[in-house]
Design a protein around this ligand. Sequence first.
Ligand SMILES: [Zn+2]
Length: 635
Amino acid sequence: MRCVHLDFHTSEEIPGIGKDFDKDEFVRALKMAELDSISLFAKGHHGNFYYYSDKFRTHPGLVKPLLDLQVEACREAGVSAKIYISAGLDEYSAKEHPEWLVVGMDGQPQNMLHPHFHRLCFNTPYLDLLVAQTEEVTRRYMPDGLFFDIIAEPACTCRWCRADMEKKGLDYRKQEDVMVQARDVLHKFTDAITSAARAIKPDVYMFYNAGDFPVGRHDRIDVNDQLEAESLPTGGWGYDHFPMSMAYIRKLGKNCIGMTGKFHKSWGEFGGFKYKDALLYEAAQCLAFDAGVNVGDQLHPTGRVDTYTYENIGNAMRYVKEREPWRGGEYLPEIAVLSGGPRTPLGRTGVSRMLFEAKYQFDIIEPAEISEKYPLIILADGDTELSEDTYAALRAYVDKGGKILACNKAPLLYGKVAFRLGAEYVGEDGVLPTYLQAKYPLAAADGMALAIYAPTAVCRANGEILADKVEPYFKREGTHFCSHNNTPCDYDKRSVGITEGPEGIYVAADLFQDYATVGSLNSKQLILPLLEKLLGGKKTVKTNLPTSGKTALYRKDGKYLLHLLYANTVKRGDGVEIIEDLVTLCDIKVSLDLPTPVTAATLRPSGKEIPLTVEDGRVTFTLDRLRCSEIVELK
Ligand SMILES: [Zn+2]
């Protein structure tokens, strides 16, 4: 799917809304952008409607029935229209009914003098208004889909939520009780809205945007007919967030769409542009990770279309359209990263980066997805222990021969390492940073004591010691310090750093968290040989594609499809990561360990044949050049 999300959050202080909207120009833009779907606004965050409603507040500056004309244009252009209704934010309602606003745990009202939108509670009479708005919009446009925005579970202690909590025996002073109520309110909201829309158009597809899909929260995932993964790489999400989201959601049996933006940074940025090559790469990345592409834009209040935006989108969408026949298939993972539960995402972020950079094929899974189809499961969130249920599922997995790699507290059950990983947990080590010195060869800095900035555990070995922890001379605190940064290691003060037992490997340091926060290559150097060891030297994709390149391997219609991607992201300004140039790489060597033999490789969509050789069961070939992405079909 090739889509645009046409934001239109327009203040009532601006006049002449839609005055320059030209239906023919809009049809040309839709066609130029090669779209098959677009999200159009019935009501934005300001709470104003963009058609002449008898019941609800039409934007006071609206000069023509903008949404009616946009929907007509879509019909002419053969583009499916999804209608957007802002739900969690509606500034008009917030000002008219301040009693409907979310009240936080502190009981304080939101600051209405802050120039931004304010959050409404779905447990107030606002829900009745939203249901009536949904009914009017559905009846008026009979759209293919409805998009509801700002769907979260804010902690709320408004009078309706407090009354509910009292009935249920929940305590509004306790965070966990308030979150139980917040979840109930979210269910009440989605149930009411979906049934209102489906009563009028039974096949309308629903999407409730919450920005992310929390691992294991099927109550928040299953209410959607397709999953739009909002991830604007330059808007704070970064270039690795989207493929990481896909590593979880692509298995959930729904059509997935990657949602980026045309902005230099993020939503609401008038006059900000993402230039051609960056958008091309982001679209190619969506395709490589088996998702449709949605580009966020914001319409000017006059309704005038930015032609540069639609040229750029068209350039990216044509690239995707030519390659859509080779999208997706059965993804072939060799590693699973276990996530979910009350965990911070730092470990998951760090391990995902390492695995993408090393070109491993992996899934992010929740406990219910633990399966022996994965030869290796990584427990990367080293700050949280296991639950009993997760332990039971992992115990069954290792009993069938599966291997575990776990760091710090991740493999603990009631304070003890729950698997035979060669270590006994003693407690937290309060000294930061510390050092690890591997006894196995490293690709770089071999034999060195490597600084680790993330928390570590104190442990004893009951298996093979693969790395020592080398302690600093003393903890840097108070008047005790040495030099500008870390206290140096004392080579005579050694304890246990990394161990191996029959069920896998234990790493006493949160190396994945270290990688996510500090980006230290030390952590990656230490981890990659451990993955090789646990996978018995097997690796599906080997390539000299640089670390910022990505790969994804699928089986489809009896063939294999390997997607290769590369772009160099650079830092410009303060914390802004962009792509300015797509660099052409030469002589990309690829070696694959595939489940079944293949005899021919073809580049898609060009049809160019590539010579193959087979050595020790691995298929190898070389791509002369790669710019942005390549798809290699093997049969
Ligand atoms: Zn409330």
